[in-house]
Design a protein around this ligand. Structure first.
Ligand SMILES: Cc1cc2nc3c(=O)[nH]c(=O)nc-3n(C[C@H](O)[C@H](O)[C@H](O)COP(=O)(O)OP(=O)(O)OC[C@H]3O[C@@H](n4cnc5c(N)ncnc54)[C@H](O)[C@@H]3O)c2cc1C
Length: 378
């Protein structure tokens, strides 16, 4: 069976390993021009669900690479007000030397590409598909086409494949924008960072309706060639709280974005200000927080979806990547079992919706608490 996967993100790469390991003919089409294209990096929490899925689909050499390039596990989630007075604290058991509980997205994605060179095609922006009698035809932005027996849309929150398969599917904007940044952890800065910030996820809040800032360490077991340990810093708030319309925010240069972060935290605790001032300003980027609401079943055919392409969610449950990995393991299991293609896909789609709907709901509830948003309930 020839399987075309569109999107070499976290879910698409995990699926490519699972299926090619079972002997299926897999090709992955990615719009980025090269594997080194998106190098900003940011921290992604990997839960036991994600770890189990990775163990199920990855060959041992690739799994080893993932473990080696992961960050040292943290053991704390903490909250502070803007003068760095603690507001809450929760500890977790720290993991052992083989635990993967957080990764840098760039290093993780590079590790997941290990061994897939012959199956990955960069610079192939997918445009649309067409059903054939015995398969699917994919059309790319440059007018070229490919055929496959099955098309998997792993093309993220803005999925073109979802747009064609489920045109009335609703993805909402929850009204929160984030500016991500990176604070390189020099020896001098390590001495300045509050200890809690180096132990896990810390959220500093300006109070209801204001902005918040999250900090989380990326302390590599083995860093990528391009950069070393850093503290991820994220400013969150509504466009009103950030003081910029979307038009302004999404046309700013990284340095201008960081000026906004600096201005919005200008009267915060001096330690926060020193950390913000030490950021690599060129690494800043903005995002809009989006979420699905109701994931309705569709008629099973030769096109299916996984990860953010079908159930985008806010990062407030730390579960988007983990759920994409779960999908990849579940779809691998379905397609490599004894059922025919139609039944295997129907079983996957049913299980995927059952699994992801409660997580989407939880991530919206968490977003309401964390960011004070009034997103619609599900
Ligand atoms: C800043 C940030 C922090 C996050 N933190 C966490 C966390 O702590 N824990 C967690 O579980 N999740 C987290 N998430 C969510 C997580 O990153 C996503 O849920 C996850 O990446 C989804 O994986 P995916 O494979 O579905 O999509 P993606 O990883 O987004 O991959 C989609 C791929 O498809 C490609 N693509 C898109 N359109 C096309 C096209 N037309 N043609 C070809 N290729 C295309 C894209 O270039 C991309 O490579 C975070 C997200 C962000 C933005």
């Amino acid at each position: 069976m020839r399987v075309a996967i569109v999107g070499a993100g976290i879910g698409g790469l995990a699926l490519a390993h699972g299926l090619s390991g079972a002997g299926l003919d897999v090709r992955v089409y990615e719009r980025d021009p090269s594997p080194r294209h998106r190098r900003q990096g940011y921290r992604i929490h990997i839960s036991p669900v994600g770890e189990e899925a990775l163990a199920a689909v990855l060959p041992s050499a690739v799994r080893r690479r993932v473990i080696e390039t992961a960050t040292h596990p943290g053991d704390l989630v903490s909250g502070f007000d803007r003068q760095l007075r603690p507001t809450f604290e929760q500890t977790f058991p720290g993991g052992g030397p083989e635990t993967v509980s957080a990764v840098d997205r760039y290093a993780f994605r590079r590790a997941l590409m290990t061994g897939l060179d012959a199956r990955l095609e960069f610079g192939r922006p997918f445009e649309s598909y067409r059903a054939l009698d015995d398969g699917v035809e994919l059309r790319f932005a440059d007018g070229t086409t490919e055929t496959a027996d099955l098309l998997v849309g792993a093309d993220g929150v803005g999925s073109r494949i979802r747009g064609q398969l489920l045109p009335s599917y609703e993805v909402i904007d929850i009204g929160i924008r984030c500016v991500y940044g990176k604070i390189p952890l020099t020896d001098e800065l390590r001495g300045l960072v509050p200890p809690a910030f180096l132990r896990g996820f810390s959220f500093v809040s300006d109070g209801p309706g204001g902005v918040g800032a999250a900090f989380a360490p990326v302390l590599f077991r083995t860093p990528p060639e391009e950069y070393g340990d850093y503290l991820m810093a994220v400013l969150t708030g509504s466009p009103e709280a950030l003081g910029h319309s979307d038009e302004q925010l999404f046309s700013m240069r990284p340095e201008q974005l960081w000026e906004t972060v600096t201005a919005k935290t200008a009267d915060w605790h001096p330690t926060v200000r020193r950390l913000i001032a030490a950021a690599d300003q060129s690494a800043a980027f903005p995002i809009t927080l989006r979420s699905s609401l109701h994931i309705e079943p569709w008629t099973t055919g030769r096109v299916t979806l996984l990860g953010d392409a079908i159930h985008p969610m806010t990062p407030a449950a730390g579960a988007g990547a983990n759920t994409a990995l779960w999908d990849a393991a579940e779809l691998t299991r379905a397609l490599t079992g004894s059922a025919g293609l139609h039944d295997a896909l129907a079983a996957y789609e049913h299980a995927m919706i059952e699994n992801s709907q409660p997580i989407v709901t939880e991530s919206l509830q968490n977003a309401r608490q964390m960011f004070g948003v009034t997103a619609p309930s599900v």
